[in-house]
Design a binder for this molecule. Structure first.
Ligand SMILES: NC(=O)c1ccc[n+]([C@@H]2O[C@H](COP(=O)([O-])OP(=O)(O)OC[C@H]3O[C@@H](n4cnc5c(N)ncnc54)[C@H](O)[C@@H]3O)[C@@H](O)[C@H]2O)c1
Length: 358
């Protein structure tokens, strides 16, 4: 029997257009996009026409009332995410939501509590997990073949200028909620924890040097992972050559991504075994590996499989919380000049707001 085709509404036609182009449109046997929502009628019409979406609305609430809609995919600016997720869960919809999932750890914990009692689930977006190079590395790690993690280096060196910051919500603490750490490097930092595990402690420095904005556009940090491994993060929006790069050294293997800035999961990753025995075990492990498509195409295929089977979602609220816990710790460290330990709970001074005091 053919798997169910899930019906979708996309809210927000910026990156929402990419969810359509790279995600839903590549899987017509898995998803049907019934509705599109944006406050901007011109964007709504252009994207609606491009993907022949039958229903268009400027009202999010209209989507909540559509009984034949399974999934609401939220691609609005960051300060709207928490309330829109909670409303969609309350209406019985499956929810997909762009990063950052929420505006504080307190808010993400409210979403986690709401999902616990809901009949539906929330999938945060981390599309950079998808791509063949990274998924091969993930398989090797998950099978226990990589051994003890030693050290990770993660670079996010992108370029953003005046045109990007012309969008009014960008560049300000009130509306973007953060800078390069929250909006850009959040992806590569998720990849670090996806492959090397949770973080125990951070020390960070941030600076605003590239653009005339409030939020940081350069940052560095040193991390101690829960395993005892170490990692360094470096990110900027002022790199004239754009790259994303992960280099992860484990006991039995060293992984190095390509430098593709916006598809770091894509292959080929360099996978360098530490011994002939490790090489043989890795070769055996990858013998039946199927190519994993890149970015939203791979993520949405995995999402459909999880919805249909009821199995674990490819990205979970726990993953989103982990990424926002790192943001909270990095911002607190940069503001105080001190190392910050994780986990961060409700008693932490930045639990309700990771932004600097203004
Ligand atoms: N995963 C990624 O690679 C990626 C890339 C870009 C942006 N993002 C994230 O996606 C989100 C949106 O970013 P963007 O670049 O698309 O921004 P954008 O400003 O280009 O697009 C957001 C759209 O949402 C619409 N909108 C605003 N309020 C709305 C409301 N109440 N109801 C319906 N529509 C509304 C706006 O009119 C706008 O068209 C942000 O959280 C951003 O961080 C993720």
């Amino acid at each position: 029997m053919a798997a169910k085709i899930w019906t979708v509404a996309v809210v927000g036609c910026g990156v929402g257009r990419l969810h359509l182009a790279e995600g839903y449109a590549r899987h017509p046997d898995k998803f049907r996009v019934l509705a599109l929502c944006d406050l901007d009628p011109a964007r709504l019409a252009a994207v609606g026409d491009e993907f022949a979406i039958p229903r268009r609305t400027t009202s999010f609430d209209d989507l909540l009332a559509m009984a034949d809609l399974d999934i609401i995919d939220i691609c609005t600016p960051p300060t709207l995410h928490g309330a829109q997720i909670l409303a969609a869960l309350a209406a019985g919809k499956q929810v997909v939501c762009e990063k950052p999932l929420a505006g504080s750890l307190a808010e993400v914990d409210r979403v986690i509590a709401a999902e616990r009692t809901a009949s539906t689930r929330v999938m945060p977006i981390f599309q950079y997990r998808y791509g063949d190079g990274l998924q091969q590395a993930k398989r090797i790690v998950d099978l226990g073949l990589a051994g003890k993690p030693y050290i990770g280096t993660v670079e996010t060196a992108w370029k953003r200028g005046a045109k990007y910051y012309a969008t009014p919500w960008r560049g300000r603490w009130d509306t973007e909620l953060g800078g390069v750490l929250l909006t850009h490097a959040i992806h590569a930092h998720d990849l670090l924890t996806y492959l090397m595990g949770p973080i125990a402690s951070v020390f960070a420095r941030t600076a605003t040097r590239v653009n005339p904005i409030e939020v940081e556009d350069c940052a560095v940090a040193t991390l101690e992972l829960a395993s005892g491994a170490l990692a360094s993060l470096a990110c900027t929006l002022g790199s004239h050559k754009e790259i994303s790069r992960l280099r992860l050294c484990f006991e039995h293997v060293t992984f190095e991504s390509t430098q593709a800035p916006y598809a770091p999961g894509d292959g080929p990753w360099q996978i360098v075994p530490g011994s002939p025995e490790a090489a043989r075990r890795i070769e055996d492990a990858l013998a039946d590996h199927h190519v994993v498509p890149s970015r939203f195409e791979g993520l949405m295929a995995a999402y459909h499989a999880a919805l249909t089977s009821g199995g674990a979602l490819p990205v979970t609220l726990a993953d989103a919380r982990q990424s926002l816990e790192l943001i909270t710790a990095l911002n607190h460290s940069a503001a105080t000049g001190a190392a910050v330990s994780l986990p961060i709970g409700a008693d932490h001074p930045r639990y309700r707001d990771w932004r600097p005091a203004r």
